[in-house]
Design a protein around this ligand. Structure first.
Ligand SMILES: [Zn+2]
Ligand SMILES: [Zn+2]
Length: 530
């Protein structure tokens, strides 16, 4: 062990002891010792406990730990502490501005166990409810994490798109250049780990400044202008797609368009985002690809929060803005009473909110706020209010927010019980995953979708770019089973409605058509179903 590793181990022991609420006096001894030793260039080689104890300010206990560290690379005490600490908590210590006390609050009070969960909680405005945190702290934590994430090797699609768009615009200023982003970005994959750009000539415009903003590898492919569309197909499709369409049987590389490439293979043209080598292939052969849903097909926005629970904007602000975007209905689904951390609504607050919605609706024309709730699915699968309250809602999104660590069997039982509840309209974010942060609890997708089909329940495609849950790979099965899919932004502020776009990207990847989308229905049609 190097001296630095020794000090780090001591420091970590001290932090973990503090986190787990151990004797503050003992805790301090570790942090002090680590600090003191880091200032000395002490040679620990071959030193005994007595030798180490002779260093000024190092007590016998710490000296023994140091020798144990030197001999075994760790201490029993540290191992025990690590075992009772979720590994992601250690990463939280590295976020600028987060001391042990704050990390402890985040973990104990909000159940946050990783950096990704923390970022999501910042975006959901969760931190402001904690003592000693305010919206300023929340913002600086968010910025620190975003900076940190930007230096890792994967990006959410939304982030990648925002970085690639200006780069492409700049490249397009080069005279006579044919240029397109290909690969994962063109397929709108939910997580991006590299950026591929195809161009018909070497790049001569200076884009170094824009490239410097992109923290993942960028690769340029240059081809002859007449081979551009051939290469566009070659570099956009997933390997499985190219293989199944028999791409390597083409006898020329010269095509006037992508359409012509697919025509040469006697296949219907697929939109770039569906070229994954899944259901699209047989549909292309039969020329039966569905018309993919578009953002403009959506008529309303379901599953949103307001200041009644953990949202930033009032009912009126959310309603006015939603209407200004051209939608004809807004579903407000604040958290239910068990979600204490998110300001879940007591029964009185539910009634108060519904009365306010009635008042607001009296002033709207061609627009309505629907009285919904995002009801927690409790551990036993039941919803969060008695029946006489449940029946007051226009619709109910049922979601799991607590006890996320479940075996698949338990998760299936819990979700299916909620799906069978006659008041459930939509199953919210079915796996609870946060992309690049946590995998979500395991579920048997087929069984869950089957249960939704039997009970006339719709499934949410949560449109937040960190969730995109249900995974788009299951949308085709939903369509086959006649289960409608709600593209829901789960907006916690007005700008959150814009995430519908990312939901539509994922929906298109899953071949979703307008006819299978819950919120592409008119208000009248929607109310018949939910
Ligand atoms: Zn939720
Ligand atoms: Zn929500």
């Amino acid at each position: 062990m190097s001296n630095d590793e020794l000090y780090d181990a001591l420091e970590l022991t001290g932090k973990l002891m503090e986190l787990h609420g151990e004797n503050p006096f003992k805790t301090k001894a570790y942090t002090n010792a680590s600090y003191k030793l880091s200032k000395l260039r002490y040679d620990f080689n071959g030193k005994s406990v007595a030798d180490v104890e002779a260093i000024e300010g190092i007590g016998k206990g710490i000296a023994a730990k140091l020798v144990e560290l030197l001999e075994s690379g760790t201490t029993k005490e540290l191992q025990t502490l690590l075992e009772k600490t979720p590994p992601g908590i250690l990463d939280l210590f590295s976020v600028k501005g987060l001391g042990v006390k704050k990390v402890g609050q985040l973990w104990q009070e909000l159940g946050i166990e990783s950096i990704g969960e923390l970022l999501y909680a910042c975006n959901e405005n969760r931190l402001v409810s904690l003592k000693g945190f305010g919206s300023k702290t929340q913002n600086s934590i968010r910025e620190a994490i975003e900076f940190k994430l930007a230096n890792t090797q994967k990006l959410h699609y939304a982030t990648a798109e925002a970085l690639v768009t200006p780069l492409l615009e700049a490249l397009r200023t080069q005279a006579g250049l044919m240029v397109e982003v290909v690969g994962q970005v063109r397929r709108k994959c939910e997580v991006i780990d590299n950026i591929l750009i195809l161009s018909s000539a070497p790049i001569t415009v200076d884009v170094k400044g824009l490239e410097a903003n992109i923290p993942i590898p960028i690769e340029y492919h240059v081809c002859e202008p007449n081979a551009f569309y051939y290469q566009l197909v070659a570099l956009t499709g997933h390997e499985a797609h190219l293989q199944q369409i028999g791409f390597n049987t083409l006898t020329t590389t010269s095509f006037p368009s992508e359409l012509a490439v697919y025509e040469a293979l006697n296949l219907q043209y697929p939109e770039p985002e569906i070229r994954e080598g899944l259901q699209e292939i047989s549909l292309m052969r039969k020329r039966q690809l569905p018309t993919l849903i578009e953002l403009s097909d959506l008529k309303g926005v379901l599953h949103n929060h307001s200041t009644y629970s953990d949202g930033v904007h009032t009912l009126k602000e959310m309603g006015d803005y939603c209407q200004s975007l051209g939608y004809s209905y807004l579903g407000i689904c604040d958290h239910s009473r068990s979600a204490g951390y998110a300001g879940g609504l007591s029964i009185d607050r539910v009634l108060e909110q519904q009365a306010e919605i009635d008042k607001l609706n009296a002033h709207y024309t061609d627009f309505v706020i629907l009285k919904g709730i995002e009801s927690d699915i409790l551990s036993d699968g039941s919803l969060d209010y008695p029946e006489d309250v449940l029946k007051t809602f226009d619709f109910i999104v049922a979601s799991v927010h607590s006890n996320l660590k479940m075996e698949e069997e338990k998760a299936n039982v819990r979700l299916i019980k909620a799906i069978e509840n006659p008041y459930t309209s939509i199953l919210g974010h079915p796996t609870g995953r946060l992309l690049l942060a946590r995998p979500g609890y395991p579920i048997h997708h087929q069984k869950i979708i089957d249960a939704c089909a039997v009970n006339g329940v719709s499934i949410e495609l949560n449109a937040h770019p960190y969730r995109l849950d249900i995974d788009w790979r299951w949308l085709y099965y939903c369509m086959e089973k006649g289960v409608k899919v709600g593209i829901n932004p789960d907006a916690h502020h007005k700008e959150g409605f814009k995430d519908m776009y990312y939901g539509v990207c994922a929906a298109r990847k899953g071949l979703l058509s307008k006819a299978h989308c819950l919120n592409a229905l008119s208000l009248e049609e929607l109310l018949k179903i939910v």
